[in-house]
Design a protein around this ligand. Structure first.
Ligand code: FA5
Length: 367
């Protein structure tokens, strides 16, 4: 490595030779600088106040020069200071450029590599079934509506002709919101137990004729088992016009069941009771697990209940009479289907809980 020599004499020729040798060493060392750490060592070696090459030049060449030579040597040393400074500065730019390009090389992206594939999601079987049911009715000319999941007692019960002490109003069956005690019963908030309250909203908003389906989520204080879930989905249907009869209801539901399950699925209407329909029926399909022989799923009955239905009770029209619903002039039917039960029947699922388990192995079968 280059060492600053003592000058034999301070003549111009000796100085010239020493300067040439120093500059050659400076060039060679500058050229060898490859990274930022090397550059720092290079800068310190040449410019450090203590023992740097320039300090040594100052001591050995300038301070040691005899009086008459001092001026000449001083000028050369000044010039050297500048040259070293410039060289060090240039080396710095080269070193940091090299660092940037090595960083860039490390981060290089090969745009020709195949991208990360994200698997496409699919509709959940419950949502798919709900959309399928809605489509069947849309093809029959029905419109589609929605309603709130948080309801008042008035819409969920009172306007649907539930008597004040009907058991469905019991906390055994209904999830009530806390802190409602100060309100009148009809204003108390609850999670709707069925989609039927939307019948009232619809009739408040539009005069007859009405032909609408309303899909949505409902909540009940039900203990989970193979066919019950505390949160499930229904599709409500409401038709009000003149001269609508029970035959229209039967024909409509029969068509809808055949469209959903195929022409060979057997359906059955059982007499039933709902406060807001008269007469009322429960509609069941033959058990898809045992074919009607009786098993755990159908509770040995051979049938799986899918929906409730009936002719709109004249008492319900009284709540919306001023909007054109005169029970002497209009008639209609309504139904409410359990979407999960229909999904189970379509896909042969024997436990409703599978639909909510979030198990990808189960859900992948619907992709
Ligand atoms: C009703 O909810 C009435 N609102 C239906 C109705 C509408 C009748 C319009 C007349 C006119 P129900 O409580 O039976 O009825 O429930 C309807 C359907 O929801 C049932 O047939 C069943 O398929 C489904 N269902 C009821 N409870 C559950 C539950 N816990 N889990 C899953 N599905 C259920």
């Amino acid at each position: 490595m280059y060492q600053v020599p003592k000058l034999a004499d301070h003549s111009a020729a000796a100085l010239d030779a020493a300067v040439r040798e120093l500059l050659a060493a400076l060039e060679a060392e500058a050229a060898a600088v490859a990274g930022e750490n090397e550059w720092r060592a290079f800068r310190d070696r040449w410019m450090a106040r203590k023992n740097g090459v320039l300090t040594q030049v100052n001591d050995l060449w300038l301070k040691a020069a005899p009086g008459p030579a001092k001026r000449e040597v001083g000028q050369r040393v000044n010039q050297l200071n500048k040259q070293v400074e410039e060289r060090v500065e240039a080396a710095k730019e080269r070193a940091s450029g090299a660092a940037t390009s090595s960083k860039l090389a490390g981060e290089r992206v090969d745009v020709t590599l195949p991208g990360t594939r994200r698997p496409l999601g699919v509709e959940h079987p419950v949502i798919r079934t709900m959309n399928e049911i809605v489509r069947v009715f849309q093809r029959m000319g029905y419109s589609v509506g929605e309603g709130p999941e948080v309801e008042t007692d008035y819409y969920n019960f009172e306007a649907l002709n539930f008597p004040p002490n009907h058991p469905a109003r019991d906390t055994q069956d209904t999830v009530f919101l806390a802190g409602q005690e100060k309100k009148q019963q009809r204003d108390r908030l609850l999670l709707r137990t069925h989609t039927s309250p939307v019948q009232i909203h619809v009739m408040e908003q539009q005069p007859p004729p009405v032909r609408i389906v309303i899909p949505g989520k409902v909540y009940r204080h039900d203990t989970p088992d193979a066919t019950h879930s505390p949160v499930f989905h229904q599709v409500e249907g409401l038709v009000v016009d003149t001269n609508i009869t029970f035959r229209d209801l039967k024909g409509t539901l029969d068509h809808a069941m055949k469209a959903l399950f195929g022409a060979s699925m057997k359906t059955r209407f059982f007499p039933s009771f709902f406060p807001f329909t008269e007469p009322s029926a429960d509609v069941a399909v033959s058990c898809f697990k045992c074919g009607g022989k009786g098993c755990r799923l159908c509770k040995m009955s051979g049938w799986i209940e899918l929906l409730g239905a009936g002719m709109v009770d004249p008492n319900v029209y009284e709540f919306v009479r001023k909007n054109g619903y005169d029970p002497a002039k209009v008639s209609g039917f309504a139904f409410g289907m359990g979407v999960e039960r229909i999904a189970m029947a379509i896909y042969g699922i024997d436990d409703i809980q599978l639909l909510y388990s979030g198990d990808v192995r189960f859900l992948e079968q619907f992709a």
